[in-house]
Design a protein around this ligand. Structure first.
Ligand code: C2E
Ligand code: CA
Ligand code: CA
Ligand code: CA
Length: 278
């Protein structure tokens, strides 16, 4: 952090220089990685609790750099946002994931839904809507198979633009999911103002579901979502006990290491078959 010196002189602590350099070089490395095709996607299964079947996948970005090793998306997505690369990255994610979906469901022999994470900055401008429409068409999938995961932050910004953009997305036939639900400082009012199809319960509540307060929040989210005509998916499910609780409470879908981490598109059919057999 920037420290004010004794005479009011500002010091930059060495750590700050290092952080800034890191960020700069990470930005340059990411820019190059996009050119060199170093990014890939994995797909994490989403399981319907009633049937036990894999009904969808969430696309998650991976970056294995030859020089930096595996850089987690929590690190490189913010860098892409700040460095003006998120539009390019987001476009790549969208077209790659839609194309992979076509292949995965062909291998599996039945349709699947695809959830894609989008950052708020990606949504600025109409170009994005056309990109979605063309990614869907090129891949030959149905718009209703695509889910766009947004975070509460976008909804709290509360721009008329955001409502209009989400309405357009909806009218394409694409579903809208609020990711990490409950983690933000949201007012619940936005749930009726925006066209939302699904809530994804933040994994912090799921992981501490044995604590009564967290269980109460999970219960409330499920009841509220259903009352508003939305479906509910819980993320970060790691134990049978968590699954049991969510099933009892009527949660629709689950996702987490209990079933599978994200896997390459080519392995999805094998993983999905194993999950259904359990
Ligand atoms: P997220 O959207 O909340 O994604 C879920 C994260 O939880 C993923 O981390 C996933 O690997 C991890 N996870 C899944 N199951 C479990 C579990 O049972 N236990 C635990 N502890 N974790 C689990 P990942 O892949 O590192 O992604 C981190 C974040 O990076 C994502 O959080 C998302 O916000 C962002 N991200 C990833 N891919 C993209 C992308 O293509 N575009 C954008 N804009 N953001 C992305
Ligand atoms: Ca997500
Ligand atoms: Ca999440
Ligand atoms: Ca199972």
């Amino acid at each position: 952090a920037k420290a004010a010196g004794r005479n009011g002189i500002c010091w930059f602590e060495p750590q700050m220089l290092v952080d800034n350099n890191d960020r700069l070089s990470l930005s340059a490395a990411l820019r190059q990685a996009l050119e060199l095709d170093e990014l890939s996607l994995v797909y994490q299964p989403q399981v319907d609790l009633a049937s036990g079947e894999v009904v969808g996948v969430e696309a998650l970005a991976r970056w294995i750099s030859p020089t930096l090793g595996a850089v987690p998306p929590d690190r490189f997505i913010p860098v892409a946002e700040d460095g003006g690369m998120i539009t390019q990255l987001g476009g790549w994610v969208l077209t790659t994931a839609c194309t992979a979906l076509a292949r995965m469901q062909e291998q599996l022999g039945r349709p699947l839904r695809l959830a894609v994470n989008v950052s708020p900055r990606q949504l600025r401008g109409r170009a994005w809507l056309e990109e979605i429409a063309s990614a869907i068409e090129t891949a030959g999938i149905e718009p209703s198979q695509l889910e766009v995961e947004i975070t509460e932050g976008l909804l709290i910004e509360d721009h008329g633009d955001v409502v209009a953009m989400l309405e357009s997305l909806r009218s394409l036939g694409v579903s809208i999911v609020v990711d990490d639900f409950g983690r933000g400082y949201s007012s619940l009012a936005y749930l009726t103002r925006f066209p939302i199809d699904k809530l994804k319960i933040d994994r912090s509540f799921v992981q501490e579901i044995s604590v009564a307060e967290n269980a109460a929040i999970v219960d409330a989210i499920i009841v509220m979502a259903h009352a508003l005509g939305m479906t509910v998916v819980a993320e970060g499910v790691e134990t049978e006990a968590q699954e049991r609780y969510l099933r009892e409470r009527g949660c629709d879908e689950v996702q987490g290491y209990l079933y599978s981490p994200g896997v390459p598109a080519g392995s999805l059919d094998m993983v999905a078959r194993a999950i259904s057999r359990d």
